[in-house]
Write a protein that binds this ligand. Structure first.
Ligand code: SAH
Ligand code: SF4
Ligand code: F3S
Length: 469
């Protein structure tokens, strides 16, 4: 396999130097300049935005959520479904007025959406108030691009297509002080026929284990309690390393880091989720008893058309093996309803999988054609109404299962991580079970950031309710 391109440390040092030069340019006024970073999409994008914030902080920016107060706005976009793109274009369109009021404002768009040629073209032609557009491959040189904008003016588009690289040493400003994302790999090689991700994020490439372990060690020292290892397909971690290692070995090494913390990971692909992974989860005490294992559809013809490279039976077999090892495993999944040509009968097969597995929660989507993917070219005779009806049936079935599974917690005392204040005023705090179910509870805010026993006293389909024991 081709070796992964790694950005030289001197290159990142040069970017940090440009941060300082940028700070000298923007800090002339009496007030600290502010940045607004808006993130769409998945956890990988959240993690990327933390790097963008890290660079912005090094450039001397503070942060705001108010567009009117910002000197620079960065919108980190997603391309996974049409709806995600429409929201971005709507919000970017509205910024034209903000820019009119504040001509100094720099507007930057980055992330998966802009890496698609048709989206970039639309921005170039019809969104002339946008100053900088750069794809995921160019994130590491964000300071260079901002510095260029400030010194030469002129719009910049940095969208070179690439299999991707790995850059270490980019500063991060994290959004949370209890839970942290740690990217362990980037890109995807799977080319599921509906999915845009491999086209915009490049090929699978892994960070070195020592860099990941260093990052986790520092997070634990800083008091982080809940660490999620991120990648589009974490089960294929390590195949491209000079000294190849697998994801289970990485999990074991992260698990061996001293401290009281939980390890989560996502996403896993069923074709690469092995017995060895399940055994590793079972014997690593810090690995949370939860698996997000997307199956997308319950019918083999549809799975094949999706290029998922696993069958329904293989999937169910893996779930059975995992449940045998970890009986209280919390299971979640992604499902696409209305893949082109999916028949009413084929959709029923998806419902049967729900009944057999009894997931704790699901992320369900109606198929959205993505330009350039094979599935976008397929005949799709099913009406929108029919797809919506299927979608609603799926939700109703899952809601009933989630409600039953949540009700089974009532009366139990569960060691949870108290992670914040509740936005629902009837409850003081929120917490997460080891399986990541949301608990709303009464209790003192001094518990935030701690693992505490919580007595579960109630439940509905979305969450559990309780009190500090
Ligand atoms: N790498 C992960 C997640 C990728 S995106 C995985 O393989 O599971 C998250 C989810 O979005 C996917 O699991 C899929 O259910 C959904 N999705 C991706 N492309 C889609 C499309 N074109 N239309 C509808 N849903 C889609
Ligand atoms: Fe998309 Fe499939 Fe890769 Fe997930 S595994 S990111 S669904 S191509
Ligand atoms: Fe994530 Fe959306 Fe990109 S789901 S990988 S931000 S297309």
């Amino acid at each position: 396999m081709e070796r992964t391109t790694r950005i030289a440390p001197e290159e990142i040092e040069h970017q940090l130097e440009l941060c300082q030069r940028t700070a000298a340019l923007t800090s002339s006024g009496p007030e600290q300049p502010l940045a607004f970073v808006d993130t769409y999409g998945c956890q990988q994008n959240e993690a990327d935005s933390e790097r963008i914030r890290g660079y912005l902080a090094a450039m001397g920016f503070g942060f705001t959520d108010d567009e009117e107060k910002a000197r620079i706005i960065v919108i980190n976009t997603c391309a996974i479904r049409e709806h995600a793109e429409q929201r971005v274009f709507g919000n970017v369109g509205a910024l034209v007025h903000v820019k009119r009021r504040h001509p100094e404002l720099l507007i930057c768009l980055c992330g998966c959406m802009v890496q698609q040629p048709h989206a970039a073209q639309k921005l170039r032609e019809s969104y002339r108030h946008v100053d900088l557009v750069f794809g995921p491959h160019a994130l590491w040189k964000f300071p260079e691009m901002v510095y260029g904008l400030l010194t030469q003016r002129g719009r910049t588009f940095e969208l070179t297509d690439s299999p991707g690289s790995i850059a270490e040493g980019i500063p991060v400003v994290r959004q949370d002080s209890i839970k942290a994302w740690v990217s362990i790999m980037y890109g995807c090689n799977n080319f599921c026929s509906y999915c845009i991700v491999p086209y915009v994020r490049g090929r699978e490439r892994s960070r070195k284990p020592e860099d990941i372990l260093d990052e986790v060690r520092r997070l634990v020292e800083d008091g982080y309690k809940d660490i999620t290892l991120l990648g589009q397909n974490v089960n294929s971690y390590g195949k491209d390393l000079e000294e190849p290692m697998d994801f289970s070995a990485l999990l074991e090494q992260v698990n061996a880091i001293p401290g009281d913390f939980l390890i989560r990971f996502m996403t896993s692909h069923p074709k690469d989720a092995t017995q060895r992974l399940f055994e590793t989860m079972a014997h690593c005490s810090k690995v949370a008893p939860v698996l997000h294992l997307p199956f997308q559809a319950g019918n083999d013809r549809v799975l094949k058309a999706m290029n998922r490279r696993h069958t329904r039976d293989e999937y169910l077999q893996k779930i059975r093996a995992l449940k045998a090892l970890i009986p209280d495993i919390v299971l979640t999944s992604d499902i696409i309803v209305g893949f082109p040509g999916e028949t009413a009968g084929e959709f029923e097969d998806t419902l049967r999988v729900l009944e057999e597995v009894r997931f704790d929660a699901l992320f369900t989507f109606i198929f959205s054609p993505r330009r350039g993917t094979p599935a976008a070219e397929l005949d799709d005779p099913t009406t929108r109404e029919e797809k919506l009806a299927r979608f609603n049936r799926l939700l109703a079935l899952q809601d009933a299962i989630s409600e039953e599974k949540h009700a089974a917690y009532i009366g139990r005392t569960v060691r949870c991580l108290v992670d914040g204040r509740s936005d629902d005023t009837r409850w003081d705090l929120t917490a997460r079970t080891p399986g990541n179910r949301l608990v709303r509870l009464t209790g003192d805010a001094s518990a935030i950031g701690q693992f505490r026993d919580v007595k579960i006293t109630g439940a509905n389909k979305w969450s559990l309710f309780g009190e500090l024991a």
